[in-house]
Design a binder for this molecule. Structure first.
Ligand code: IPE
Ligand code: IPE
Ligand code: MG
Ligand code: MG
Length: 335
C-alpha cells in the first residue's frame, strides 16, 4: 500500500525543516505514512474509517520529525526509527481522538472530530485502537527501554488531561500550575519522541539532552496552541476559536488576561459553549489585554532554552540546523 504525506504537513515552517534536513527525512516520513495507513486500515471497517479519516485529515507530523532528527536521519537503523516515529504519531492521534471526547470538540484539522462524526463509543474505541497499535509498533523494535519511554509519556499525558479537567473553570489556576499541566499533557510526548530517536540512532547523542530539548519545545508548542485557540481564525487553525475558553480550560492567555482586566476575571464562562458570538467577543477581550503577545514571548523563551540546551552536544551544522528550525517552527505557526 502506498501513502503520501497529507498536504497539511507541508506548512512553510515545516517545509523549511524538510529542506534543511535533506531528502532522507522526506523519505523516512513517507515510510512512516505508509506504516500509519497500514495500521489504520488493518483492524476492521468501522475503525478503519475513523482511524484513516483522522490520519488523512493531515497533521504536522512534528513528533515523527523529532524522532528522525534526533535519530540522525540517514541512520543505518532506519527500520527501528520508522517504527518509533509511527508509534509516537499513533499515540498522538489516540490522544487527540480521546481529547476531543473530553473537550467536546467538534472540529479538528478542519474536519468533524471522530466524536462528532461517529459518537462517543466510536471515538473511545478508535482512540483505544490507536493506543494499542502504538505499543505494538514499538514492540517490533525489541527495545523494552523504548516501550518504557512511550509508556511514561502516555501516563504523564493522562495525568495532564485529568489535571486539566480538575482545574476546569477555576479562577485560581496559577501560571506554574498551567505549566506543570503542559509538561504532563504535551511536553512529555515531545520528550519521548526525542528520546526514542536518540535510542535508535547509529550516531547517538545523549538521550537526556535531546529529551530536555524536546520537553522545552513541547512546552512552547502547547503555549502557542493555547494562543492560537484565542487568536483563531478557524479557517487557519482548523479548530473553533475560543474552544478552550468555552469548555472551561484555563490557559495561559486567560490567566494573564484576568490579571490585567479585573472585569474579565468576573466574567462567568460556564454555559457559554453554545454561543459563538460570545466566544468571539471574549477572545477579543483577552487579546486586547496584550496577553497573547506575552504568552508568545514565554513560548519564545522556551524555544531559546531548547536551542541553547543543544550547545552541549557540539553537533555539526547539518544536524543542528534542522533541530533549531523545528524549535522555531513551533512558535512561528498558525495551525
Ligand atoms: C495538537 O497537536 C495537540 C496539542 C498538543 C496541542 P498538533 O498541533 O501537533 O496536532 P496535529 O497532529 O498537527 O493535528
Ligand atoms: C492538547 O491539548 C491535547 C493533548 C495533549 C492530547 P488541547 O486540548 O489544547 O489540544 P487541541 O487544541 O484540542 O488540539
Ligand atoms: Mg482539545
Ligand atoms: Mg488546544
Amino acid at each position: 500500500m502506498s501513502a503520501s504525506r497529507p498536504a497539511a504537513a507541508a506548512g512553510s515552517e515545516i517545509a523549511a525543516v524538510l529542506a534543511a534536513a535533506g531528502p532522507e527525512l522526506g523519505h523516512q516520513l513517507d515510510r512512516t505514512e505508509e506504516r500509519l495507513s497500514q495500521v489504520a486500515g488493518s483492524h476492521g471497517a468501522t475503525l478503519a474509517r475513523h482511524a484513516s479519516g483522522t490520519l488523512a485529515a493531515g497533521g504536522k507530523r512534528l513528533r515523527p520529525i523529532l524522532v528522525f532528527l534526533c535519530g540522525h536521519v540517514g541512520s543505518r537503523d532506519g527500520e527501528r526509527l520508522v517504527a518509533a516515529a509511527a508509534a509516537v504519531e499513533l499515540l498522538h492521534m489516540a490522544t487527540l481522538v480521546h481529547d476531543d471526547v473530553l473537550d467536546r470538540a467538534a472540529l479538528r484539522r478542519g474536519r468533524p472530530t471522530v466524536v462528532a462524526a461517529g459518537g462517543r463509543a466510536a471515538a473511545t474505541a478508535t482512540g483505544d485502537l490507536l493506543f494499542s497499535r502504538a505499543f505494538a509498533e514499538l514492540s517490533s523494535t525489541g527495545s523494552g527501554e523504548a516501550v518504557q519511554a512511550l509508556s511514561s509519556a502516555s501516563s504523564a499525558l493522562v495525568r495532564g488531561e485529568l489535571m486539566q479537567r480538575a482545574d476546569a473553570w477555576s479562577p485560581e489556576v496559577t501560571p506554574e500550575r498551567y505549566l506543570e499541566r503542559c509538561e504532563l499533557k504535551t511536553a512529555s510526548l515531545f520528550e519521548a519522541a526525542c528520546r526514542l530517536g536518540a535510542l535508535f540512532s547509529s550516531d547517538p547523542a545523549p538521550a537526556d539532552v535531546l529529551g530536555r530539548f524536546g520537553a522545552r519545545v513541547g512546552l512552547a508548542f502547547q503555549i502557542l496552541d493555547d494562543v492560537l485557540d484565542v487568536e483563531g481564525p478557524t479557517a487557519r487553525t482548523g479548530k473553533p476559536r475560543g474552544a478552550d475558553l468555552l469548555d472551561g480550560t484555563v490557559t495561559l492567555p486567560l490567566i494573564l488576561a484576568r490579571g490585567r482586566d479585573p472585569d474579565l476575571g468576573a466574567v462567568e464562562l460556564r454555559g457559554t459553549a453554545t454561543d459563538p458570538g460570545r466566544s468571539e467577543s471574549l477572545c477579543e477581550r483577552i487579546a486586547a489585554t496584550g496577553a497573547l503577545e506575552d504568552a508568545r514571548e514565554q513560548a519564545l523563551a522556551y524555544v531559546s532554552e531548547a536551542k541553547s540546551s543543544l550547545d552541549a552536544l557540539g553537533l555539526p551544522e547539518a544536524r543542528r540546523r534542522p533541530l533549531d528550525l523545528v524549535a522555531d517552527a513551533v512558535v512561528e505557526r498558525y495551525a
